[in-house]
Design a binder for this molecule. Structure first.
Ligand code: ATP
Ligand code: MG
Ligand code: FE
Length: 349
């Protein structure tokens, strides 16, 4: 199906036109420069900026697709999870376009979009597979059996991987968002310079949880390391070695759990998704380690890892083809477990 999708869940204003798994246009207006001076996303500013940008973004997505409105089957909009004020902007525009152009309306789940990003460049990809979803707000291992059929098998108990990157970057005054900067510096450092914890969760009966992880302990370990180095009078800090050691711990923690989970579940493939899927080391280590074990890994290109509307359109297209539609009374949800995605497609609310 041909879908126009809108995404405004956080700090990217995005619109895209996708036909099944083929991207016809994908426009992303990032607000990073606006939020940088505050060191993080300011929700009120995000909503205002979405309002200013959404009109041109949608117009450009339609015009770059070279399609007419008569070629578009439906309008989809991210309505969960995310910042409520930000989601409402995209939702209002999506519903309005659906009414004006008399097209069916579909709500969309942002994380389902991150899962489907890999489909855009691997149209042959088919469930079942394990998705390692690593983003600014989420870190999960998800068993995908079909469109809409998800089981979260593992997750972070505290910070998301992207959040850990951003917080560690802040500890070293590297600016916002921290992920890309830490990634770049880490490539110049020694990953074995400092030993950092991999976020194991102890179980009451002994041993560790096989799939869950904690990243807040890792962040605290980096803080203690920096304090110790400073107390020892080490100046300047060995920033590249700290970044490399931190990245080594994160990547090992994620790769180890994902491979173990896919094996336990007898799944033939791992799909990577979310902003942290843009990480150079995670992409490389996961791909090579999995290949050693005969497992296939699907990785989206960088522009589809971080937030965009093409991934949202791709997921919505699958739902559309299954006959799913949303009510124009649909609300936005700041949180909505992936397992409950079906509530978006109940036609009365
Ligand atoms: P969610 O998808 O959970 O709602 P979000 O949409 O805000 O959260 P994304 O846009 O998917 O998050 O991802 C942004 C996160 O990805 C940020 O935390 C950022 O630091 C991180 N990130 C981006 N590029 C890289 C990279 N190369 N290495 C590590 N982290 C990265
Ligand atoms: Mg973002
Ligand atoms: Fe996201």
């Amino acid at each position: 199906a041909t879908i126009l999708a809108i995404e405004t869940s956080c700090d990217e204003t995005a619109a895209a036109v996708v036909c099944d798994r083929q991207v016809l246009s994908s426009i992303v207006a990032s607000q990073i420069d606006l939020h940088r001076r505050y060191g993080g996303v300011v929700p009120e500013l995000a909503s205002r900026e979405h309002l200013l940008t959404i009109g041109d973004t949608v117009k450009e997505a339609v015009s770059k697709s070279d399609l007419a409105w008569s070629d578009i089957d439906a309008v989809a909009t991210t309505c969960a999870p995310g910042l409520v004020g930000a989601l409402l902007v995209g939702m209002s525009v999506g519903k309005t376009l659906s009414m004006v152009h008399q097209k069916p309306f579909l709500g969309a789940h942002h994380l389902e979009g991150h899962i489907y990003a890999a489909y855009l460049e691997h149209p042959e990809l088919k469930p079942p597979f394990l998705c390692l979803l690593v983003s600014g707000g989420h870190t999960s291992l998800i068993r995908v059996d079909d469109c809409g059929q998800y089981k979260v098998l593992g997750k972070t108990r505290d910070d998301a991987a992207g959040e850990a990157y951003d917080k560690v970057a802040r500890l070293m005054d590297l600016g916002y968002p921290g992920g890309p900067t830490v990634d770049r510096l880490a490539q110049q450092g020694n990953p074995k310079a400092f030993r950092l914890p991999e976020g194991n969760i102890s179980l009451p009966e002994g041993g560790y949880h096989p799939y869950d992880a904690s990243f807040s302990g890792l962040k605290t370990a980096v803080l203690r390391l920096i304090e110790r180095l400073k107390a020892d009078g080490i100046d300047p800090l060995p920033v590249v070695d700290i970044a490399a050691s931190f990245q080594y711990a994160v990547v090992r923690a994620l790769t180890k759990r994902a491979l173990r989970c896919a094996q336990d579940q007898d799944l033939p493939a791992i799909v990577l998704g979310g902003g942290v899927a843009a990480n150079s080391s995670l992409r490389q280590v996961l791909t090579t380690t999995a290949a050693d074990q005969g497992m296939q890994v699907y990785v989206p290109s960088l522009k589809f890892c971080t937030d965009n509307a093409a991934m949202v359109a791709c997921a919505a297209s699958e739902h559309f083809d299954r006959g799913h539609r949303s009510s124009l009374d649909l609300e936005v949800y700041s949180r909505l477990p992936l397992e409950q995605v079906a509530v978006l497609y109940q036609t009365s609310h």
